[in-house]
Design a protein around this ligand. Structure first.
Ligand code: ZN
Length: 151
């Protein structure tokens, strides 16, 4: 099996059966993200225990890549600290946009997102949830978060 097939299977799997999909009540932070280019829309909710993301879920409608990316992201950042999650955001952003990005094996299933780099029009679909998460993690006032748009 080629690596690209493996990546495609991960994306298809997470689109068909998104992990951590649904409401999260109560949540410490709730932030919406839009990608007008494609019409992707998601709401991300998370709970923080001190500095750790103790739970995270998402809802919304989007294309296969945006849904799979959000599903993979929630799996990857649950249990991580804010700082660790922001580091992962930067690593994934590099993976999505930089052809010279270092190999992604240590990222586990998130490595599948590197396949999106071959489709520049879809990069925002994959990065939407990550920008939305970063906005929540960088905020000091979690109760008044503005919506995030990729435009
Ligand atoms: Zn999309």
């Amino acid at each position: 099996m080629e690596l690209n097939d493996l990546y495609r299977d991960v994306i298809l799997d997470h689109n068909r059966q998104p992990r951590n999909f649904g409401a999260l009540e109560p949540a410490d932070a709730s932030v919406e993200g839009f990608n007008p280019m494609c019409g992707d829309h998601l709401t991300l909710r998370l709970r923080l225990n001190q500095d750790t993301i103790s739970d995270i879920r998402f809802e919304g409608q989007g294309c296969a890549i945006s849904t799979a990316s959000a599903s993979l992201m929630t799996e990857a950042v649950k249990g991580k600290s804010r700082g660790e999650a922001l580091k992962l955001f930067e690593r994934v952003h590099q993976l999505l946009t930089d052809d010279a990005a270092p190999p992604a094996e240590e990222l586990g299933k998130l490595a599948a997102l590197s396949g999106v780099r071959e489709y520049p029009a879809r990069v925002k679909c994959a990065s939407l949830c990550w920008h939305t998460l970063a906005s929540a993690l960088k905020a000091t006032d979690l109760k008044s978060l503005a919506a995030v748009s990729t435009e």
